[in-house]
Design a protein around this ligand. Structure first.
Ligand SMILES: Cc1ncc(COP(=O)(O)O)c(C=O)c1O
Length: 363
């Protein structure tokens, strides 16, 4: 039977003035809306107690499995306000399916796709006034964060018999400060993120915890993000700490690492690859050795590069930095990159027709 996530409204909602002040400068992930969705799972009863309730802290037993063994997965989806005031989610079914795949890998119970989507729709509808207005080029949205974790209190390495699912939401502005500017990327050859057979393709917290040290190594070298290479020493480029990577050749080919199980199957990546032919771009998903990237930038074969993901949409890459040298893209904010970015956000903000059927109306 499907879950319905019925709403109990908060008796102390944030005032319209408060929300307007937050919308003026939302930052990223700093403020949370009035409500959240919850559902509990136990081995005996399956999914129960689905609801949308006032946003509040959890009460968690100190022995809860997630705190010790990191049995946890999450998702990230955005809701956009169109010029007519309507509110839309971008491809929530795709996130729901990825959540199922992550659950399988982490041995967590699978939440059916329809239930996941209902939970997200209901939270966004309950907090629709938190979805920032769309005013001329101001790219704000409501970031929706579904997640699931081992809540059973036990010590021992096994999959939990009790699990908590929740959806929270946060109004957000651009992920990187300074608008659409090329960013510098640190290429770490010291730390790896994921190997064959690992959890690279799952969206689980542990992947991010282990990536932090490389991220901070990147900061020390003046870079805002880090890119990982495949762990076996094959020199293959994987992805950034929280985004996929795409290269653009001088012959209008988008080259991006294939989904080999070590990288996340990004929904932004997938959407851009689907949009690419409409812009006269050919797509190649394959193994991409780091040396090919460095040589390609030097020879002029690779003219643009960008990172892509829900949080940062598309961010142009200005350079890759390594221990032995820096490689600067000919176009730090590439023409094709901007074209694809505009193509995608125009669909998300309802400025062009959604011929792909990606947008799901909330209210
Ligand atoms: C490691 C990683 N790669 C790629 C992505 C991009 O995925 P998506 O476009 O679905 O947000 C994300 C963001 O969720 C991520 O965390």
């Amino acid at each position: 039977m499907s879950l319905s996530f019925p709403l109990t409204r908060t008796s102390s909602p944030r005032t319209a003035e408060d929300i307007a002040a937050i919308h003026a400068d939302p930052g990223f992930g700093d403020y949370f809306t009035d409500h959240m969705a919850l559902a509990s799972w136990s081995k005996d009863e399956g999914w129960t107690d689905d609801k949308v309730v006032p946003y509040a802290p959890f009460t968690l037993d100190p022995a809860a499995g997630v705190l010790h063994y990191a049995q946890e997965i999450f998702e990230g989806i955005k809701a956009f306000r169109h010029a007519d005031g309507s509110v839309w989610l971008f491809r929530p079914e795709a996130n729901a399916q990825r959540f199922v795949n992550s659950a399988r890998r982490l041995m967590l119970p699978e939440l059916p796709v329809d239930d996941f989507v209902t939970a997200c729709l209901n939270v966004v509808e309950a907090d629709a006034r938190w979805v920032p207005p769309s005013v001329g080029g101001d790219e704000k949205s409501l970031y929706v964060r579904p997640f699931e974790f081992a809540s059973e209190a036990f010590l021992g390495v096994r999959s939990a018999l009790k699990v908590q699912f929740a959806v929270i939401a946060s109004p957000v502005g651009p992920y990187f400060d300074g608008g659409v500017q090329g960013i510098d990327i640190w290429v770490t050859d010291r730390y790896s993120r994921a190997g064959i057979g690992g959890t690279g393709a799952a969206k689980c917290g542990g992947n991010y915890a282990s990536s932090l040290i490389a991220q901070y190594e990147g900061y020390e070298h003046g870079c805002s993000q880090v890119i990982f290479l495949e762990a076996s020493g094959s020199d293959r480029v994987q992805e950034l700490g929280g985004m996929n990577v795409v290269f653009v050749t001088k012959d209008d080919v988008l080259v991006t690492p294939e989904l080999d199980g070590t990288i996340l199957d990004g929904i932004t990546r997938r959407s851009l690859l689907e949009l690419a032919p409409g812009f006269g771009l050919r797509v190649e998903q394959r193994a991409v050795p780091a040396q090919e990237v460095f040589d390609g930038i030097t020879s002029g074969e690779i003219v643009e590069a960008f990172s892509c993901g829900t949080a940062a949409v598309i961010t142009p890459i200005a350079s890759f930095k390594t221990e032995t040298g820096d490689y600067h893209l000919a176009q730090p904010v590439g023409e094709r990159t901007v074209q694809l970015r505009d193509g995608l956000i125009d669909i998300q903000y309802g400025r062009v027709e959604d011929t792909h059927g990606w947008m799901r109306r909330v209210c």
